[in-house]
Design a protein around this ligand. Structure first.
Ligand code: SAH
Ligand code: SF4
Length: 360
Protein backbone atom coordinates (compact mmCIF):
# COMPACT_ATOMS: atom_id res chain seq x y z
CA UNK A 1 0.00 0.00 0.00
CA UNK A 2 1.17 3.52 -0.80
CA UNK A 3 2.16 5.72 2.11
CA UNK A 4 1.25 9.43 2.31
CA UNK A 5 4.90 10.19 1.51
CA UNK A 6 4.77 8.00 -1.61
CA UNK A 7 1.67 9.78 -2.79
CA UNK A 8 3.12 13.21 -2.14
CA UNK A 9 6.15 12.32 -4.27
CA UNK A 10 3.93 11.74 -7.30
CA UNK A 11 3.37 14.49 -9.83
CA UNK A 12 -0.39 13.97 -9.90
CA UNK A 13 -3.04 12.34 -7.72
CA UNK A 14 -5.91 10.03 -8.64
CA UNK A 15 -9.15 9.64 -6.71
CA UNK A 16 -7.79 7.02 -4.30
CA UNK A 17 -4.66 9.09 -3.63
CA UNK A 18 -6.86 12.07 -2.80
CA UNK A 19 -9.04 10.04 -0.43
CA UNK A 20 -5.84 8.90 1.34
CA UNK A 21 -4.52 12.47 1.56
CA UNK A 22 -7.85 13.75 2.88
CA UNK A 23 -7.71 11.04 5.53
CA UNK A 24 -4.13 11.80 6.67
CA UNK A 25 -3.58 12.35 10.38
CA UNK A 26 -0.76 13.13 12.82
CA UNK A 27 2.75 13.18 11.33
CA UNK A 28 1.41 12.36 7.87
CA UNK A 29 -0.89 15.35 7.98
CA UNK A 30 1.94 17.60 9.16
CA UNK A 31 4.06 16.33 6.29
CA UNK A 32 1.23 17.07 3.85
CA UNK A 33 0.91 20.62 5.22
CA UNK A 34 4.70 21.14 5.04
CA UNK A 35 4.71 20.13 1.38
CA UNK A 36 1.80 22.48 0.63
CA UNK A 37 3.60 25.35 2.41
CA UNK A 38 6.72 24.71 0.29
CA UNK A 39 4.69 24.61 -2.93
CA UNK A 40 2.88 27.79 -2.03
CA UNK A 41 6.18 29.61 -1.35
CA UNK A 42 7.58 28.47 -4.65
CA UNK A 43 4.65 29.29 -6.91
CA UNK A 44 2.69 32.15 -5.36
CA UNK A 45 4.90 33.39 -2.49
CA UNK A 46 3.76 35.06 0.73
CA UNK A 47 1.59 37.82 -0.68
CA UNK A 48 -2.09 37.87 0.25
CA UNK A 49 -4.43 39.76 -2.07
CA UNK A 50 -7.43 41.58 -0.70
CA UNK A 51 -10.97 41.70 -2.06
CA UNK A 52 -13.20 44.24 -0.34
CA UNK A 53 -16.49 42.37 0.01
CA UNK A 54 -19.82 44.14 -0.41
CA UNK A 55 -22.82 41.94 0.30
CA UNK A 56 -24.93 43.90 -2.15
CA UNK A 57 -28.34 42.36 -1.47
CA UNK A 58 -29.96 39.45 0.32
CA UNK A 59 -32.93 39.21 -2.03
CA UNK A 60 -32.83 35.77 -3.58
CA UNK A 61 -35.23 33.90 -5.83
CA UNK A 62 -33.65 30.54 -5.05
CA UNK A 63 -34.18 28.08 -2.28
CA UNK A 64 -30.95 26.19 -1.68
CA UNK A 65 -31.65 23.94 1.31
CA UNK A 66 -28.49 25.02 3.19
CA UNK A 67 -28.66 28.80 2.94
CA UNK A 68 -30.02 31.22 5.53
CA UNK A 69 -31.11 33.84 2.98
CA UNK A 70 -33.05 31.41 0.76
CA UNK A 71 -36.29 32.85 -0.62
CA UNK A 72 -38.37 30.61 1.63
CA UNK A 73 -36.92 32.01 4.85
CA UNK A 74 -39.57 34.58 5.71
CA UNK A 75 -37.82 35.68 8.89
CA UNK A 76 -35.10 37.49 6.91
CA UNK A 77 -35.45 41.22 6.55
CA UNK A 78 -34.52 41.89 2.93
CA UNK A 79 -32.24 44.73 1.77
CA UNK A 80 -30.29 46.03 -1.18
CA UNK A 81 -27.41 48.32 -0.31
CA UNK A 82 -28.04 51.87 -1.38
CA UNK A 83 -26.17 52.65 -4.63
CA UNK A 84 -24.37 55.64 -3.13
CA UNK A 85 -23.18 53.48 -0.24
CA UNK A 86 -21.71 50.95 -2.69
CA UNK A 87 -19.81 53.70 -4.49
CA UNK A 88 -18.63 55.09 -1.17
CA UNK A 89 -17.34 51.64 -0.17
CA UNK A 90 -15.55 51.31 -3.51
CA UNK A 91 -13.84 54.66 -3.02
CA UNK A 92 -12.90 53.63 0.50
CA UNK A 93 -11.46 50.33 -0.76
CA UNK A 94 -9.50 52.12 -3.47
CA UNK A 95 -8.13 54.74 -1.08
CA UNK A 96 -7.11 52.08 1.42
CA UNK A 97 -5.40 50.18 -1.37
CA UNK A 98 -7.47 47.01 -1.29
CA UNK A 99 -6.77 46.65 -5.01
CA UNK A 100 -9.94 44.66 -5.71
CA UNK A 101 -13.51 44.30 -4.62
CA UNK A 102 -16.23 41.63 -4.72
CA UNK A 103 -19.93 42.27 -5.12
CA UNK A 104 -21.89 39.31 -3.77
CA UNK A 105 -25.64 38.81 -3.40
CA UNK A 106 -28.54 36.43 -3.50
CA UNK A 107 -29.75 35.63 -7.01
CA UNK A 108 -31.96 38.01 -8.98
CA UNK A 109 -32.10 38.26 -12.74
CA UNK A 110 -34.83 40.79 -13.51
CA UNK A 111 -33.87 43.60 -15.84
CA UNK A 112 -34.08 46.38 -13.23
CA UNK A 113 -31.53 44.51 -11.14
CA UNK A 114 -29.09 43.46 -13.87
CA UNK A 115 -29.11 47.03 -15.18
CA UNK A 116 -28.51 48.44 -11.72
CA UNK A 117 -25.45 46.17 -11.41
CA UNK A 118 -24.14 47.33 -14.81
CA UNK A 119 -24.59 50.92 -13.77
CA UNK A 120 -22.84 50.35 -10.46
CA UNK A 121 -19.92 48.65 -12.21
CA UNK A 122 -19.47 51.59 -14.59
CA UNK A 123 -19.64 54.07 -11.73
CA UNK A 124 -17.12 52.13 -9.65
CA UNK A 125 -14.71 51.99 -12.58
CA UNK A 126 -15.15 55.69 -13.13
CA UNK A 127 -14.73 56.92 -9.55
CA UNK A 128 -11.67 54.73 -8.97
CA UNK A 129 -10.08 55.53 -12.34
CA UNK A 130 -10.27 51.85 -13.35
CA UNK A 131 -7.92 50.95 -10.52
CA UNK A 132 -10.06 48.33 -8.74
CA UNK A 133 -10.26 44.75 -10.01
CA UNK A 134 -13.93 43.77 -9.69
CA UNK A 135 -15.22 40.27 -8.97
CA UNK A 136 -18.89 39.39 -9.09
CA UNK A 137 -20.65 36.62 -7.18
CA UNK A 138 -24.24 37.11 -8.21
CA UNK A 139 -25.34 33.61 -9.09
CA UNK A 140 -26.63 32.10 -12.33
CA UNK A 141 -27.40 34.57 -15.10
CA UNK A 142 -27.91 34.55 -18.86
CA UNK A 143 -24.93 34.75 -21.17
CA UNK A 144 -26.14 38.20 -22.19
CA UNK A 145 -26.12 39.45 -18.61
CA UNK A 146 -22.66 38.02 -17.96
CA UNK A 147 -21.49 39.75 -21.15
CA UNK A 148 -23.02 43.08 -20.16
CA UNK A 149 -21.44 42.96 -16.73
CA UNK A 150 -18.07 42.16 -18.24
CA UNK A 151 -18.37 45.08 -20.64
CA UNK A 152 -19.29 47.29 -17.69
CA UNK A 153 -16.02 46.41 -15.95
CA UNK A 154 -16.22 43.08 -14.09
CA UNK A 155 -13.11 40.93 -14.50
CA UNK A 156 -13.77 37.87 -12.37
CA UNK A 157 -16.77 35.77 -11.38
CA UNK A 158 -17.31 33.37 -8.50
CA UNK A 159 -19.92 30.66 -8.90
CA UNK A 160 -19.50 27.73 -6.58
CA UNK A 161 -20.70 24.40 -7.91
CA UNK A 162 -21.30 23.59 -4.19
CA UNK A 163 -20.64 19.88 -4.85
CA UNK A 164 -19.46 18.15 -7.99
CA UNK A 165 -21.66 15.14 -7.19
CA UNK A 166 -24.91 15.54 -9.16
CA UNK A 167 -26.86 13.23 -6.91
CA UNK A 168 -25.75 15.09 -3.81
CA UNK A 169 -26.50 18.40 -5.59
CA UNK A 170 -30.07 17.25 -6.06
CA UNK A 171 -30.41 16.43 -2.36
CA UNK A 172 -29.22 19.92 -1.40
CA UNK A 173 -31.49 21.83 -3.77
CA UNK A 174 -35.14 21.84 -4.85
CA UNK A 175 -35.97 20.05 -8.11
CA UNK A 176 -35.95 23.24 -10.21
CA UNK A 177 -32.29 24.00 -9.33
CA UNK A 178 -30.14 22.37 -11.99
CA UNK A 179 -26.57 21.12 -11.66
CA UNK A 180 -26.20 21.16 -15.43
CA UNK A 181 -27.31 24.77 -15.72
CA UNK A 182 -24.87 25.81 -13.02
CA UNK A 183 -22.05 23.98 -14.75
CA UNK A 184 -23.05 25.57 -18.05
CA UNK A 185 -22.86 29.02 -16.40
CA UNK A 186 -19.28 28.30 -15.28
CA UNK A 187 -18.36 27.32 -18.84
CA UNK A 188 -20.06 30.40 -20.28
CA UNK A 189 -18.12 32.63 -17.90
CA UNK A 190 -14.88 30.99 -19.05
CA UNK A 191 -15.83 31.44 -22.69
CA UNK A 192 -16.54 35.12 -22.10
CA UNK A 193 -13.02 35.61 -20.76
CA UNK A 194 -13.74 36.09 -17.07
CA UNK A 195 -11.28 34.78 -14.50
CA UNK A 196 -13.54 32.13 -13.08
CA UNK A 197 -13.80 30.89 -9.55
CA UNK A 198 -15.80 28.03 -8.17
CA UNK A 199 -15.83 26.02 -4.98
CA UNK A 200 -17.70 23.68 -2.69
CA UNK A 201 -18.94 23.43 0.86
CA UNK A 202 -17.17 20.91 3.05
CA UNK A 203 -18.90 18.64 5.55
CA UNK A 204 -22.46 18.89 4.25
CA UNK A 205 -25.09 16.30 5.15
CA UNK A 206 -24.75 13.17 2.97
CA UNK A 207 -21.28 14.26 1.70
CA UNK A 208 -18.37 11.80 1.88
CA UNK A 209 -14.59 12.10 1.70
CA UNK A 210 -14.84 10.45 -1.70
CA UNK A 211 -17.09 13.33 -2.86
CA UNK A 212 -14.48 15.84 -1.70
CA UNK A 213 -11.78 13.98 -3.63
CA UNK A 214 -14.00 14.28 -6.72
CA UNK A 215 -14.46 18.00 -6.06
CA UNK A 216 -10.68 18.50 -6.21
CA UNK A 217 -10.53 16.58 -9.50
CA UNK A 218 -13.43 18.68 -10.80
CA UNK A 219 -11.52 21.96 -10.19
CA UNK A 220 -8.53 20.57 -12.02
CA UNK A 221 -10.56 19.19 -14.90
CA UNK A 222 -12.36 22.50 -15.40
CA UNK A 223 -9.03 24.31 -15.29
CA UNK A 224 -10.48 26.81 -12.85
CA UNK A 225 -8.57 30.04 -11.94
CA UNK A 226 -9.79 30.72 -8.42
CA UNK A 227 -11.29 28.60 -5.67
CA UNK A 228 -13.33 29.55 -2.64
CA UNK A 229 -14.35 26.70 -0.38
CA UNK A 230 -15.22 26.43 3.24
CA UNK A 231 -17.01 24.36 5.83
CA UNK A 232 -20.76 23.95 5.65
CA UNK A 233 -22.30 25.54 8.74
CA UNK A 234 -25.88 24.82 9.65
CA UNK A 235 -28.60 27.48 9.86
CA UNK A 236 -31.68 26.93 12.00
CA UNK A 237 -34.18 28.25 9.42
CA UNK A 238 -33.16 25.91 6.61
CA UNK A 239 -34.43 22.47 5.56
CA UNK A 240 -31.02 20.85 6.10
CA UNK A 241 -31.02 21.79 9.77
CA UNK A 242 -32.79 18.54 10.69
CA UNK A 243 -29.62 16.67 9.71
CA UNK A 244 -27.39 18.56 12.12
CA UNK A 245 -26.82 15.54 14.37
CA UNK A 246 -25.30 13.64 11.43
CA UNK A 247 -22.66 16.28 10.62
CA UNK A 248 -18.94 15.99 11.26
CA UNK A 249 -17.89 18.00 14.31
CA UNK A 250 -17.00 21.63 13.62
CA UNK A 251 -13.34 20.76 14.37
CA UNK A 252 -13.43 18.05 11.74
CA UNK A 253 -15.15 20.28 9.18
CA UNK A 254 -12.49 22.93 9.78
CA UNK A 255 -9.61 20.47 9.55
CA UNK A 256 -11.06 18.96 6.37
CA UNK A 257 -11.31 22.46 4.88
CA UNK A 258 -7.63 23.08 5.67
CA UNK A 259 -6.73 19.76 4.06
CA UNK A 260 -8.74 20.67 0.95
CA UNK A 261 -6.86 24.00 0.67
CA UNK A 262 -3.45 22.35 1.15
CA UNK A 263 -4.10 19.51 -1.32
CA UNK A 264 -5.53 21.88 -3.90
CA UNK A 265 -2.38 24.01 -3.64
CA UNK A 266 -0.35 20.87 -4.40
CA UNK A 267 -2.58 20.03 -7.37
CA UNK A 268 -3.09 23.51 -8.85
CA UNK A 269 0.03 25.38 -7.88
CA UNK A 270 -0.67 28.82 -9.35
CA UNK A 271 -4.41 29.32 -8.76
CA UNK A 272 -5.87 31.84 -6.31
CA UNK A 273 -7.38 30.18 -3.25
CA UNK A 274 -9.50 32.16 -0.79
CA UNK A 275 -9.22 31.88 2.97
CA UNK A 276 -12.96 32.03 3.53
CA UNK A 277 -15.16 33.64 6.16
CA UNK A 278 -16.70 30.26 6.98
CA UNK A 279 -13.23 28.97 7.92
CA UNK A 280 -12.72 31.96 10.18
CA UNK A 281 -16.14 31.39 11.69
CA UNK A 282 -15.19 27.88 12.85
CA UNK A 283 -11.71 28.76 14.12
CA UNK A 284 -10.40 32.06 15.53
CA UNK A 285 -7.25 31.73 13.39
CA UNK A 286 -9.08 30.11 10.49
CA UNK A 287 -8.01 32.60 7.84
CA UNK A 288 -4.39 32.68 8.98
CA UNK A 289 -4.11 28.88 9.06
CA UNK A 290 -5.62 28.66 5.57
CA UNK A 291 -3.11 31.24 4.33
CA UNK A 292 -0.31 29.27 5.93
CA UNK A 293 -1.11 26.04 4.07
CA UNK A 294 -2.18 27.42 0.71
CA UNK A 295 -4.61 30.33 0.49
CA UNK A 296 -3.54 33.68 -0.96
CA UNK A 297 -6.77 35.72 -1.03
CA UNK A 298 -8.78 37.28 1.80
CA UNK A 299 -12.11 39.07 1.47
CA UNK A 300 -12.52 41.59 4.31
CA UNK A 301 -16.13 42.62 4.72
CA UNK A 302 -16.89 46.24 3.82
CA UNK A 303 -20.67 45.91 3.74
CA UNK A 304 -22.18 48.93 5.54
CA UNK A 305 -22.97 47.91 9.13
CA UNK A 306 -26.71 48.32 9.07
CA UNK A 307 -27.08 45.50 6.52
CA UNK A 308 -24.64 42.95 7.82
CA UNK A 309 -26.78 41.00 10.24
CA UNK A 310 -29.25 40.34 7.41
CA UNK A 311 -26.70 38.59 5.20
CA UNK A 312 -26.86 35.62 7.47
CA UNK A 313 -25.96 32.61 5.33
CA UNK A 314 -25.19 30.38 8.32
CA UNK A 315 -25.03 30.45 12.12
CA UNK A 316 -22.37 32.54 13.84
CA UNK A 317 -21.14 34.19 10.60
CA UNK A 318 -18.17 36.11 11.89
CA UNK A 319 -18.07 39.37 9.98
CA UNK A 320 -21.31 40.49 11.58
CA UNK A 321 -19.05 41.43 14.49
CA UNK A 322 -15.99 42.62 12.54
CA UNK A 323 -13.91 45.53 13.78
CA UNK A 324 -14.53 49.07 12.54
CA UNK A 325 -13.14 49.47 9.02
CA UNK A 326 -10.23 51.70 9.89
CA UNK A 327 -8.26 49.27 12.00
CA UNK A 328 -9.38 46.15 10.17
CA UNK A 329 -6.35 46.04 7.87
CA UNK A 330 -3.76 46.83 10.56
CA UNK A 331 -5.03 43.89 12.58
CA UNK A 332 -5.17 41.64 9.55
CA UNK A 333 -1.61 42.55 8.51
CA UNK A 334 -0.33 41.83 12.04
CA UNK A 335 -2.07 38.46 12.21
CA UNK A 336 -0.87 37.49 8.72
CA UNK A 337 2.69 38.36 9.74
CA UNK A 338 2.46 35.65 12.41
CA UNK A 339 2.23 33.05 9.62
CA UNK A 340 4.92 34.70 7.48
CA UNK A 341 2.49 36.35 5.05
CA UNK A 342 1.82 39.98 4.17
CA UNK A 343 -0.86 42.00 2.40
CA UNK A 344 -0.10 42.96 -1.21
CA UNK A 345 -1.62 46.44 -0.98
CA UNK A 346 -3.03 48.09 -4.08
CA UNK A 347 -2.65 45.09 -6.37
CA UNK A 348 -5.35 43.37 -8.38
CA UNK A 349 -3.85 40.01 -7.51
CA UNK A 350 -5.03 38.28 -10.66
CA UNK A 351 -4.82 34.51 -10.68
CA UNK A 352 -1.42 33.54 -12.06
CA UNK A 353 -3.10 30.49 -13.47
CA UNK A 354 -5.36 32.72 -15.56
CA UNK A 355 -2.61 35.04 -16.77
CA UNK A 356 -0.31 32.20 -17.77
CA UNK A 357 -3.18 30.37 -19.53
CA UNK A 358 -3.76 33.51 -21.59
CA UNK A 359 -0.11 33.77 -22.56
CA UNK A 360 -0.07 30.23 -23.93
N1 SAH B 1 -26.26 33.63 -4.51
C1 SAH B 1 -24.93 33.44 -5.00
C2 SAH B 1 -23.86 34.05 -4.12
C3 SAH B 1 -24.16 34.20 -2.66
S1 SAH B 1 -24.19 32.74 -1.70
C4 SAH B 1 -24.66 31.97 -5.20
O1 SAH B 1 -25.33 31.14 -4.57
O2 SAH B 1 -23.79 31.67 -6.00
C5 SAH B 1 -22.44 32.46 -1.56
C6 SAH B 1 -22.04 31.12 -1.05
O3 SAH B 1 -22.39 30.98 0.32
C7 SAH B 1 -22.70 29.94 -1.70
O4 SAH B 1 -22.08 29.63 -2.93
C8 SAH B 1 -22.51 28.84 -0.65
O5 SAH B 1 -21.39 28.03 -0.97
C9 SAH B 1 -22.23 29.62 0.64
N2 SAH B 1 -23.17 29.21 1.69
C10 SAH B 1 -24.51 29.30 1.66
N3 SAH B 1 -25.04 28.71 2.76
C11 SAH B 1 -23.99 28.24 3.49
C12 SAH B 1 -23.89 27.51 4.71
N4 SAH B 1 -24.97 27.14 5.40
N5 SAH B 1 -22.65 27.17 5.16
C13 SAH B 1 -21.55 27.54 4.47
N6 SAH B 1 -21.58 28.22 3.30
C14 SAH B 1 -22.81 28.56 2.82
FE1 SF4 C 1 -29.66 32.22 -2.89
FE2 SF4 C 1 -27.00 31.82 -3.17
FE3 SF4 C 1 -28.29 31.31 -0.84
FE4 SF4 C 1 -28.72 29.71 -2.93
S1 SF4 C 1 -26.73 30.02 -1.83
S2 SF4 C 1 -30.29 30.54 -1.56
S3 SF4 C 1 -28.62 31.19 -4.60
S4 SF4 C 1 -28.00 33.28 -1.80
Amino acid sequence: MKTIRNILNQSSFDHDDLVALLSAEGDDLQYLFDRAIETKQKYVGNAVYLRALIELSNFCKKNCYYCGIRAGNSSVSRYTVDEDAVIEAAVYADQHRYGSMVLQAGERSDKAYTEMVSKLLKQIMQVTNNRLGITLSLGEQSEETYRQWKEAGAKRYLLRIETSNRELYSKLHPADHSYDERLECIKTLQKLGYQVGTGVMIGMPFQSVSDLADDLLFFKQLNIDMIGMGPYIEHENTPLYIHKETLWSKEKRFEMSLKMVAILRLMMKDVNIAATTAMQTLHPQGRELAVKVGSNVIMPNLTPYQYRENYHLYQGKITVKDQPFDDQLDKLEASLNTVGAHIAFGQHGDSKHFTSKKEK
